[in-house]
Ligand binder design. Structure first.
Ligand SMILES: Cc1ncc(COP(=O)(O)O)c(C=O)c1O
Length: 419
């Protein structure tokens, strides 16, 4: 079908240009890469946090070095630890589980439905006396039934944390992701909708929670107006993670935030044109997206009849020339999609520990979780979707012709493998 490589699928990075250069250069020329003090701070991270809140309606935003650290901060901000369990879906990213395990709490898996996000029915069933929080993960740029999940959490008095790492700019029912739960966490790593190479954002509404998040992302304490640590306030003497965002990352992320609506519009338009172009093919399923207007569009998930067909589908799409620079595959069977699936995470399946004593699995307060299962078979619907789906990256700079080629290739391949 095609011999010309499609663009790289790093959405934000494809848009890096003059705006990023100007802001980064300001930081460099001011010789002030630290946000809290220095020769002539340019307040890039402050401005990023302020514009982030203004863009999405969040009460508070704290820029951090990564979403992985942001998720750990969320656990500590909510005082989650041994004796607690955090419910999370089987389709996620390893960082979600890592944050729970490092906090000393126990992860408990919840099944997903064909939205590829947490299934509200299984969630309701699994909330128990140990459940302190639910971590909902807005996978592949689009939320699932997040309002329903938020309502369940509120009714059952458990905290909701939103992992929005893959979904900057997404919304559901007109409400931005990160505003459904107590805390939301975004990522600016290279594969995400916008990027500063590494980086992230932690958002919340509650001022007291915000104060804890600020202290936790730093050295465990607040800072005064001069950026010096303030150890005097006994209500905020914590153990910090040391994951502040540098002004250089802040400058990049700020320029990218200003482009986010255009980046997401481009991916959403391309993806939904492809979905439309596949809608009449019998036997080819598509991920359910409850709120298409709130999708940011970086990935298209197709559902085939079985594992073998999903593998053949992905391989044939590649053979048709739907590939990135250097022949990089853009369509892969979910079986090859690594640490996004619970049963592919060896440290979870084997309950490994960072310390010699087996913490947190061995902690006496966690004995309630001895029977929890993390091996394949624990989540029937998740296992089924894992086996028979394929995922295609949607570039943020596709031309009309690129989209046409993708549609033609997918239609041809679907007919072939489904016949
Ligand atoms: C769902 C999800 N959560 C968390 C993360 C972690 O983000 P970071 O790389 O910024 O730590 C990622 C990154 O891949 C992710 O996809």
């Amino acid at each position: 079908m095609r011999t010309l490589a499609l663009p790289h699928e790093f959405p934000g990075a494809n848009w890096i240009g003059e705006e990023e250069r100007v802001l980064v250069e300001r930081v460099v020329m001011a010789r002030s890469p630290f946000r809290f003090y220095g020769e002539n701070p340019q307040r890039m991270v402050d401005t990023l946090e302020r514009e982030w809140c203004a863009s999405f309606g969040h009460g508070h935003a704290v820029a951090v070095a990564s979403a992985t650290s942001g998720l750990s901060i969320a656990m500590s901000a909510l005082r989650i630890g041994p004796g607690d369990e955090v419910l999370l879906p089987g389709y996620l990213w390893i960082s979600c589980v890592a944050a729970v395990v490092r906090s000393g709490a126990i992860p408990r898996l919840v099944d997903i439905d064909d939205s590829f996000t947490i299934d509200p029915v299984d969630l309701e069933r699994k909330i128990g006396p140990r459940t302190r929080a639910v971590l909902v993960v807005h996978m592949n740029g689009a939320p699932g039934h997040v309002a329903e999940v938020a309502a369940i959490c509120e009714r059952r008095s458990v905290a909701l944390i939103e992992d929005c790492a893959q979904a900057a700019g997404a919304s559901s029912g007109g409400r931005a992701v990160g505003r459904f739960g107590a805390i939301g966490v975004f990522s600016f790593q290279l594969n995400k909708n916008i990027t500063s190479g590494e980086g992230g954002m932690v958002v919340c509404e509650d001022p007291a929670l915000h104060r804890r998040i600020v202290a936790l992302h730093d050295l465990g304490y607040a800072r005064d107006v001069n950026g010096r640590l303030d150890t005097g306030d006994e209500s905020c003497q914590l153990w910090g993670y040391g994951v502040r965002m540098s002004e250089l990352a802040g400058a990049l992320a700020l320029a990218q935030l200003r482009k986010l609506p255009r980046i997401a519009d481009a991916m959403r338009a391309a993806k939904w044109r492809i979905r439309e172009g596949l809608s009449d093919i019998p036997g080819l399923g598509l991920r359910t997206i409850p709120c298409p207007a709130g999708d940011t569009g970086p990935f298209l998930i197709t559902l085939l009849r079985d594992e073998e067909t999903a593998r053949r589908f992905a391989a044939a799409v590649h053979s048709e020339g739907i590939a990135g620079p250097g022949g990089r595959p853009l369509c892969v069977s979910m079986r090859d999609w690594g640490l996004h699936w619970y049963s592919n995470i060896p440290s979870l399946v084997r309950r490994t520990s960072n310390s010699r004593d087996g913490f947190p699995w061995s902690h006496p307060q966690n004995s309630f979780a001895a029977g929890y299962d993390y091996d394949v078979g624990a989540l029937p619907s998740c296992d089924d979707l894992h086996a028979r789906s394929a995922i295609l990256s949607i570039g943020s700079t596709l031309a009309e012709q690129d989209v046409d080629d993708i549609i033609l290739a997918l239609r041809k391949v679907a007919r072939l493998v489904l016949s």
